[in-house]
Design a protein around this ligand. Structure first.
Ligand SMILES: [Zn+2]
Length: 384
């Protein structure tokens, strides 16, 4: 009898626990605390107080909304405000990827005045605008004389946009030209700033697509070696994510770069399943012509020279500039060589025979037959 009572009590307790677990699991929207006190309404209103009315012709909004932890809860409110002002997704917005521990921030740029209002908010326990500043960031004005250059330099030093001065200045001014390629902007969403490095990636990506078209059955595997900001373009544009084995990233020593004789940018393996071919296209990207032609002067601050390089690289008419993108070699390979190139203890240039495994010396400099002839002659066949 006693045992029965205890068992029944246990059963009831178990049932109650099960019910509790079940009901907790079914509460919608539990993931984040969200007070919905109109934070996005406040943000847009604060920007309009500073800049005047927003509109599709004069407004660019740059933000990292969605990236900071649980900031996704503001996405619907954000877009309600955004579309409520007749702004357009492809014309007036750039949502940058950021790390989860980044602040939630917004930069509102007004093309007419060149003014930019930068806003950070705190959210979670209490919602409020935690920082707000408005600065004129029109590039032509900032570089008009030494005083205005020095004044912006000081603000960069003081991190007036909390360290995002370069990203906001370059993206806003490039957008204001009306010549910003939207597919380049999509790459900047991943890279979260606009620099000559990512621009060089855009030029290289277009070069590859022009010379080795991405037709049905064709895919690229990228050996980003040496790596710089350019790689994020390939990840976005070709879906060559590291998780799916699309991109392999490693560095080269200065000696290895010198040994390759040019400015190596990487190896782009083109697999054509339809034709049953695999080619390693080894490319260089030389910034010398960009530096020489972009209009930057000796002693310019980085934000000036880099933006001028960006502008020059944005112009498709400059993409065929002699000596900027060059083919170091094109080598027929196979699956086994591709797998060897991926191994952690191998240098893909050594696998292709472009570097000497011992001293990384360009063989041609030792009077030994040059590029492509060093060690893998038996398994590679070099095109012109
Ligand atoms: Zn960069």
């Amino acid at each position: 009898m006693m045992n029965n009572i205890v068992t029944r009590a246990k059963m009831i307790l178990l049932l109650c626990l099960a019910a509790l677990v079940f009901s907790l699991g079914s509460v919608p929207g539990m993931a984040a605390e969200y007070e919905n006190s109109g934070l996005m309404t406040q943000v847009f209103a604060a920007a309009e107080t500073e800049l005047g009315d927003m509109g599709p012709e004069n407004t660019l909004i740059i933000t990292d909304i969605g990236s900071p932890a649980e900031s996704y809860v503001y996405l619907d409110d954000f877009y309600a405000e955004f579309y409520g002002r007749d702004l357009q997704y492809t014309k007036n917005l750039l949502v940058l990827q950021n790390s989860r521990n980044s602040p939630l921030w917004f930069a509102f740029f007004d093309r007419d005045s060149g003014n930019c209002t930068y806003i950070e908010v705190s959210y979670g326990a209490g919602e409020e605008i935690s920082y707000k500043v408005t600065e004129n960031i029109n590039f032509e004005d900032l570089v008009s004389d030494d005083d205005s250059k020095a004044s912006w330099n000081e603000k960069v030093g003081a991190k007036v946009f909390n360290g995002r001065e370069f990203a906001i200045l370059t993206i806003s001014n490039a957008w204001a030209t009306g010549e910003f390629d939207y597919e380049l902007m999509q790459c900047l969403e991943v890279h979260n700033h606009f620099c000559p490095g990512v621009s060089s990636g855009y030029v290289i990506a277009n070069w590859m697509e022009e010379n080795y078209p991405l037709e049905a059955g064709v895919s690229y595997t990228v050996f980003s070696c040496p790596n710089w900001c350019k790689e994020d373009v390939f990840v976005k544009r070709w879906d060559t994510t590291p998780g799916k084995g699309g991109i392999w990233v490693s560095a080269l020593t200065d000696e290895e770069k010198v040994a390759l004789g040019v400015a190596p940018a990487g190896i782009f393996v083109v697999t054509n399943r339809t034709a049953g071919t695999m080619q390693a296209v080894v490319l260089s990207f030389d910034f010398a012509p960009v530096n020489a032609k972009c209009g930057a002067q000796e002693g310019d601050p980085a934000w000036v020279s880099k933006y001028l390089m960006d502008l020059w690289l944005m112009d498709k008419d400059n993409w065929d500039e002699e000596g900027m993108v060059s083919e170091i070699a094109v080598i027929d390979i196979n699956e086994a060589i591709l797998n060897e190139m991926k191994q952690a203890d191998t240098n893909p240039y050594v696998v292709l025979g472009l570097l000497n495994p011992a001293g990384a010396v360009n063989p041609s400099k030792n009077g030994i037959p040059g590029i492509g002839q060093w060690m893998n002659n038996n398994k590679i066949k070099q095109n012109a």
